[in-house]
Design a protein around this ligand. Structure first.
Ligand code: CTP
Length: 400
């Protein structure tokens, strides 16, 4: 799939980078997209609506009210028309309004009414870009599943040099193109994902668990769905949930329930990604009543759980893809390689607890992927959404 015949809204806010938007509109139009440009009133000072309406072939919309007759631009229908909304450039001000649901101009009213995917290309001076509020707003918008096209480093309008330049129109265009291409990459495929911790009950009050939040696995499920797959997410106990309509979530509590749920779905899954942090041991007995305190010490007898991933590896046929995770604290790559081989995986995603801002509960992760053909790819620190993208890019590349 390409941008051809796609309905794309470009939302321009008032920053100097707005002067580059005519190029983006031209590229999209040449590629066959239907482009509707919306502007904030401030954007008007940086690029003329005449230029953008000529290039897009549609009047640029800025205000709610069309003319003196009192007729209005229907922000709701326009939002429903769009296959994608691209905000470029986004100023710190518009970003803050988006993060807080403030709809005090036409562009923001369309944004609040939209159900389509959203891309955001920020542009501002370096200190505004580095400001904690901007960072927090970007992070918040990212949790809604929006695609952030980060600002780049270079000369800024203030004369200073640093991060804050809007990504070049060619790259934004490539990003949009990629988005539509990937949208159908996994159409017709079933992807099975596990996420979150498991809780192994000791008694009705207590359990043995771990610090997994489920963020990584949920990001993987969302990414697979965004690429067109039908996704089954087997999710351990966490307050987080997936939102994409193509994701069917099966909630489980413990390793045994996860084992059963996964095995029910595995035979029809084309790709299975085991991101859950499954308990290796479970209490030999779960008592029906709360265990009362007695004496100075207590011994809890545990028995091993079944290794779900290893059992899938034994069952797996050649045309199915099986991906595992490895969480290590030492000898990371050697240990991950052992797991890859022992569990018969196509590749294994290694995260180390030694990396800053990576692993449990963070929105970012730093991983290496080890493949069965012996490749090791080290990735920089990225958002979990981007890591999920890297996983499926690799699946696509390896044609496994
Ligand atoms: N896994 C699983 N079933 C288990 C334990 C782990 O399916 N009972 C899966 C995890 O979902 C992950 C992979 O196996 O994809 C590796 O998990 P990890 O905890 O890193 O390793 P273990 O195999 O449990 O080995 P160890 O705890 O000794 O590092």
């Amino acid at each position: 799939m390409s941008v051809k015949d796609k309905n794309i809204i470009i939302g321009v806010s008032g920053g100097i980078a707005a002067y580059k938007i005519p190029l983006l509109v031209r590229m999209l139009k040449k590629a066959g997209a239907n482009v509707q440009v919306l502007m904030t009133p401030a954007a008007h000072d940086f690029v003329t609506p005449v230029t953008l309406s000529t290039l897009s072939g549609r009047p640029v919309l800025i205000d709610f009210i069309k003319d003196d007759t009192g007729s209005w631009n229907n922000h709701v229908l326009l939002a429903l028309w769009a296959d994608l909304m691209v905000f470029a450039p986004v100023t710190a001000n518009t970003l803050a309004k988006m993060a807080h649901g403030q709809a005090d101009n036409f562009l923001l009213a369309v944004y609040m009414s939209a159900k389509c995917p959203v891309m955001i290309a920020p542009a501002m001076d370096l200190d505004m870009y580095a400001h904690p509020t901007t960072k927090a707003n970007l992070e918040k918008l990212q949790t809604y599943g929006y695609d952030i096209i980060p600002a780049t480093e270079g000369e800024l309008a203030s004369g200073l040099t640093g991060y804050g330049r809007m990504e070049e129109p060619e790259h934004i265009f490539a990003h949009i193109n990629d988005f539509f291409k990937k949208k159908t990459e996994l159409t017709g495929k079933k992807v099975l994902v596990t996420a979150g911790p498991t809780y192994e009950s000791i008694d009705p009050v207590r359990f043995i668990g771990n610090h997994s939040s489920g963020k990584m696995g949920i990001a993987i499920a969302e990414e697979a769905a965004a690429r067109g797959a039908d996704v089954v997410l087997v999710l351990g106990p966490t307050h987080l949930q997936a939102t994409h309509p193509n994701i069917q979530t099966i909630k489980v509590q413990n390793a045994a329930q996860m084992y059963d749920a996964v095995h029910k779905e595995f035979d029809t899954a084309d790709i299975t990604v085991m991101a859950a942090a499954v308990a290796d041991f479970t209490p030999e007995q779960t008592t029906g009543q709360k265990i009362k305190k007695s004496g100075d010490a207590m011994t809890l007898k545990l028995k091993a759980t079944k290794d779900i991933l290893a059992s899938l590896g034994q069952k797996k046929s050649d045309n199915r893809i099986l991906i595992g995770f490895a969480m290590e604290t030492e000898n990371e790559k050697a240990n991950a390689l052992k797991k890859l081989q022992k569990k018969n995986l196509d590749f294994i995603v290694l995260n180390s607890l030694r990396e800053k801002n990576a692993g449990f509960k963070h929105d970012t992760n730093k991983v290496s992927i080890l493949t069965k053909s012996g490749d090791i790819i080290d990735y920089p620190l990225k958002t979990k959404k981007e890591v999920a993208g890297d996983i499926f890019d690799l699946v696509h590349k390896l044609k496994v």
